[in-house]
Design a protein around this ligand. Structure first.
Ligand code: PGA
Ligand code: ZN
Length: 416
């Protein structure tokens, strides 16, 4: 039973307003959740409710969403018995009454859902990751994907691809994977500085150098991996990309480093990239509306690497079902606020497991110190988590949570 519900407007990692939700429990304790927020959002994501009052935070205030938690959702949840998290989430979805959570706000609903998961875990006396483990699934620590170079909507540089990640796939443990990530990050900083590039950071803690061609960044990454004493590739430290192509798709073309490319040109570009660099995963390589391109990309490269849908799928069970049927991609990015409840997030993850699709749990570019996703990735045994660079407190908090889980609970790490 929840005895109290409270949301306040606080700041996220970009200095924009977001919600902090607190649920009070009968024993006098409380549970807490911080709500993330994206910048390169998919058009079919659940709706984040913003005030639109230009006099406060340039319209980005969340007082209405906070009011919905403190009013309607508090009335709905306080003092009532719910058997499980699914029942809480169902009640909120029904109360909202829209397909997109637009009335109460997906930011309001997901904050309560995250905190409610913690309340059930506390009531069961188990860690959050254990509460989130589905029947028949073996929990395991994910391979961290460190986003070490930022472009696109996450940095003011001219780099079109949004994310260049390093994944210590070959690390023997989570702690060693974090160490590899931090050592390669430090080596990359030295490389960039030596070449005269600025080493300021983008929204997710990666460097944001003024480099045009994605291939030039990949060369620097391979060099940094080697400098740090690791082997580039699947036996050591592999590379993952999130071009976030919806952001550079305009007038029927992909605009990369001054060139205008068709879907097939983009696919050929990715094929050339994977011939030359140890890239093991590409997320949003094509735009969210380009389903035919996605199907061709998967046909052409899907046997050789992971093709992850983010803007394409928006963690939505119905859209993921369609993509599985049409073979558009072979993996899903998982973001709790794209769909708006933890129950629906777990449903999307189950659909992926059943179809043999891979999954990567993800933060948003606007984050808080909340570490929920570290537990989600571990508990569901999905194998992969991306939560930014090994720098900036809101990113590091998640990696540190994984280290704590590993130290306390000793479980398998990695993709297999
Ligand atoms: P976002 O970016 O949180 O700004 O949407 C993350 C991503 O595209 O994966
Ligand atoms: Zn993405």
């Amino acid at each position: 039973t929840i005895t109290g519900v409270r949301a306040v407007e606080v700041l996220d990692s970009r200095g924009r307003p977001t919600l902090a939700v607190t649920l009070s429990l009968p024993d006098g304790s409380s549970v807490h959740a911080g709500v993330p927020s994206g910048a390169s959002t998919g058009s079919r994501e659940a709706v984040e409710l913003r005030d639109g009052d230009p006099a406060r935070y340039a319209g980005k205030g969340v007082l209405r969403a906070a009011g919905n938690v403190n009013g309607e959702l508090a009335d709905l949840l306080c003092g009532r018995e719910f058997p499980d998290l699914a029942a809480v989430d169902r009640a909120m979805i029904e109360a909202d009454g829209t397909d997109t959570k637009a009335r109460l706000g997906a930011n309001a609903i997901v904050g309560v859902s995250m905190a409610a998961a913690r309340a059930f875990a506390a009531a069961a006396g188990v860690p959050l990751w254990r509460y989130l483990t589905p029947e028949g699934v073996t929990p395991r620590l994910p391979v961290p994907h460190f986003n070490v170079v930022n472009g696109g909507a996450h940095a003011p540089n001219r780099l079109d691809f949004q994310e260049f990640m390093i994944a210590p796939v070959g690390a023997p443990s989570l702690a060693e994977a974090v160490r590899a990530g931090a050592e390669v990050y430090a080596a990359l900083r030295r490389r960039l500085a030596d070449k005269g590039f600025a080493t300021g950071l983008g929204d997710e803690g990666g460097f944001a150098p003024e480099i045009d061609a994605p291939e030039d960044v990949l060369t620097a990454l391979v060099d940094a991996i080697t400098d740090a004493g690791y082997t580039p590739g699947r036996d050591g430290v592999a590379i993952a990309l999130d071009p976030a192509a919806s952001e550079f798709y305009r007038d029927g073309g992909y605009h990369v480093a001054g060139e205008r490319l068709s879907s097939d040109d983009m696919i050929a570009r990715y094929e050339a990239i994977i011939e030359r660099y140890p890239v093991w995963s590409i997320e949003d390589g094509l735009a969210e509306g380009d389903w035919d391109g996605w199907i061709r990309l998967t046909e052409r490269l899907g046997q050789r690497l992971q093709i992850v849908g983010d803007d394409l799928l928006v963690t939505n069970p119905a859209i993921v079902t369609e993509a599985i049927a049409r073979r558009a991609g072979n993996a899903a990015l998982i973001k709790v606020n794209q769909i708006g409840t933890i129950t629906e997030t777990l449903e999307t993850m189950r659909l992926c497991r059943d179809a043999g699709w891979a999954q990567m749990v993800s933060h948003r570019s606007g984050e808080t110190e909340d570490t929920f996703i570290a537990d989600l990735a571990t508990g569901t045994g999905c194998g992969q988590l991306k939560t930014g660079a090994p720098a900036r407190g809101e990113r590091v908090a998640k990696y540190n949570r994984l280290i704590e889980i590993e130290a306390g609970d000793r479980m398998a790490y990695g993709l297999r």
